[in-house]
Design a protein around this ligand. Structure first.
Ligand code: B12
Ligand code: SF4
Length: 517
């Protein structure tokens, strides 16, 4: 069959700071290609809707598969699916990915018959079976693991059996030079592990993967790395180097092979402190950026976000990250109950630390525990506003005032970032990128004022809403365990599902809040 894979367009964030290779979709597309289907991939982060319509008209795919990792992309995907069904009524249309897995029934309803199936869970595992069913007995579609159709739901999605056996179809994206993060321009993405053993209340990374954590072997990682031309590498793992030994094994293999890249990774403060040596080693082989999700700068805030890490330890982690001599960026979650004074305190704190600070807004997402607890307070159910840059919960300040404070804070921080980015060492990199024709980062900087604008943010709330996120039925949820089991996409396999040693398992136990398996 002719199968077209589509990644939706950019979100607010993507237009300024970073735009990354759609690694998940490349993996799913490669699984289909290995099953002898003819495959193409369109990434609308870097291509246009006109390219999409042209592809439909000229290539006439039999099967169109959208990637829906981000809730904010749902309306765009539904509209693209409807347009495709008009042009190609016989094409089978499917949506998969992180957010689609948590909102499958709603997506089918919004599609009004244009979307034939939502395929939940890891796509590599389900796509080949789905393609087989579509090519053969369409009645079998509803029985494919992870499939949700108007006729019902198949069994729970299965895990990819061996992560080492899957490969991303990196050659399928047509504009690789468009992916970047800050001065890592161009930048490719790579995966070392999958899943997360923690269970933070605002996050759905753990509920998607059933709180499992799996590793790719160093050999598989090296093999993939050796095929990547970009000098920058974004490591997509939720928490890098949870298992120190694994981090060393990959790092040592990179050093032995003489591979030189600049790496970006995200991790937790307590992991950074527990595994200092591995981060020091990685600094030597090219670690350039670390992103730390501090989430809050006070104990109350940390409790709220279920980060069981004492504030002092977080600051210690920050000190250590600084001592590594890498660029450190941190994230803080702005709560809608922040007032002028709170913004002022945060601004002051941020200006006094050398790191780049990113501020996102506390947003309940389907698939998270906060979704079950906060959803009834939602001020809007417009998918497009669920990008953690818009406020969807009631703000203490009037909304316009809240955005003004937020954007003022972001602007102050942005000016600080600019000094950071134009520091002599990074300015040199930037100049070299420009000479090589890599202008993504420069263009991002120029977009800043257009994208981060209080009036625009407010007017986003006033747009007509065609698709609304539904609220789940009001079922009383008593225990935290019951909540977690309602949320899981992949079935939890308990301790056996986590490739970590016993001492790391004990460390995770001590630093997580939940009681789920
Ligand atoms: C890396 C990452 C990023 C990267 C970019 C990723 C990219 N280019 O797609 C960056 C840093 C840019 C990013 C940004 C954001 N992110 Co992010 N990100 C992640 C992270 C940590 C890993 C994603 C990843 O690459 N995984 C590895 C690949 C292999 O898996 P995958 O993409 O999920 O694909 C698999 C499945 O989803 C599925 N699948 C995917 N597509 C398809 C398609 C079909 C047809 C099928 C069948 C299956 C399928 O199969 C794939 C292979 O198994 C996830 C958390 C997580 N663990 O999922 C959060 C996550 C996806 N991000 C999240 C958020 C909120 C954001 C931001 C909005 C906010 C922010 N400031 O961080 C921005 C917006 C980004 C944008 N599009 O503009 C949320 C999503 C919440 C939601 N429900 O919308 C997540 C779940 C994290 C969380 N805290 O809960 N993100
Ligand atoms: S540590 Fe918490 S926030 Fe980070 S990925 Fe895991 S569950 Fe999500």
């Amino acid at each position: 069959m002719k199968v077209l894979f589509v990644h939706p367009g950019p979100l607010l964030y993507t237009n300024v700071f970073l735009r990354l290779e759609p690694l998940g979709l490349e993996l799913v597309a490669e699984a289909a290609r290995r099953a002898k289907h003819s495959v193409r991939l369109l990434d609308l982060q870097v291509e246009t809707h006109a390219d999409y319509h042209r592809m439909l008209a000229e290539w006439q795919p039999d099967f169109i598969a959208f990637s829906c990792n981000y809730l904010a992309n749902v309306p765009e995907i539904v509209d693209l699916a409807k347009a495709a069904k008009c042009t190609l009524p016989r094409a089978f249309i499917c949506v998969g990915g992180h957010s689609a897995s948590f909102t499958a029934t709603a997506i089918l309803e919004h599609g009004e018959g244009a979307i034939d199936c939502v395929l939940k869970g890891e796509g590599e595992a389900g796509i080949v079976k789905l393609l087989e069913a579509v090519a053969g007995d369409r009645g079998a579609v509803a029985k494919v693991p992870g499939a949700v159709t108007a006729d019902g739901e198949g069994p729970r999605p299965g895990f990819v059996e061996h992560l080492d056996e899957i490969r991303p179809g990196r050659d399928l994206v047509r504009k690789r030079h468009k992916y970047f993060i800050g001065v890592l321009d161009p930048c490719a993405s790579i995966e070392f592990s999958r899943g997360c053993p923690w269970d933070c209340s605002f996050c759905s990374a753990w509920t998607f993967y059933g709180r499992s954590y799996r590793l790719l072997s160093p050999e598989r990682v090296i093999d993939d790395l050796a095929s990547i031309r970009e000098p920058g590498l974004f490591i997509v793992d939720d928490v890098a180097f949870v298992q120190q030994r694994h981090g060393f094994a990959i790092g040592e293999a990179i050093a032995r092979k003489g591979i030189r890249k600049n790496f970006y990774l995200e991790t937790r403060g307590d992991v950074l402190l527990r595994h200092k040596e591995v981060f020091q080693f990685w600094k030597k082989i090219g670690l350039t950026y670390i992103f730390l999700g501090l989430e809050a700068i006070d104990e109350d805030g940390l409790r709220k976000y279920r980060k069981r890490i004492p504030l002092g330890r977080n600051f210690e982690a920050l000190e250590f990250a600084r001592s590594l001599g890498v660029e450190v960026a941190i994230n803080i979650i702005a709560d809608p109950d922040w007032d002028e004074e709170r913004f002022r305190v945060v601004r002051e704190w941020c200006m006094n630390v050398p790191e780049v600070v990113n501020i996102s807004i506390n947003t309940p997402y389907p698939g998270t525990e906060t979704w079950l607890t906060e959803q009834r307070r939602l001020q809007t159910r417009d998918y497009r506003l669920f990008d953690i840059q818009h406020a969807v919960l009631p703000t203490k300040l009037p909304l316009a005032e809240f955005y003004r404070e937020l954007l003022h804070t972001q602007r102050v921080l942005y000016r600080k970032h600019m000094t950071w980015w134009t520091a002599p060492v990074l300015a040199g990199v930037l100049a070299r990128n420009l000479l090589r024709g890599q202008t993504n980062f420069m263009r991002g900087i120029m977009n800043y004022n257009k994208v981060y604008n209080a009036e625009k943010m407010l007017s986003d709330h006033a747009r007509p809403v065609h698709y609304e996120l539904p609220l789940p039925p009001r079922t009383p949820v008593d225990s935290r365990d019951a909540k977690a089991s309602q949320l899981y996409i992949h079935a939890p396999r308990g301790r056996a599902g986590r490739s970590i040693d016993d001492s790391t398992e004990r460390f995770v136990e001590a630093t997580r809040m939940g009681t789920s398996t």
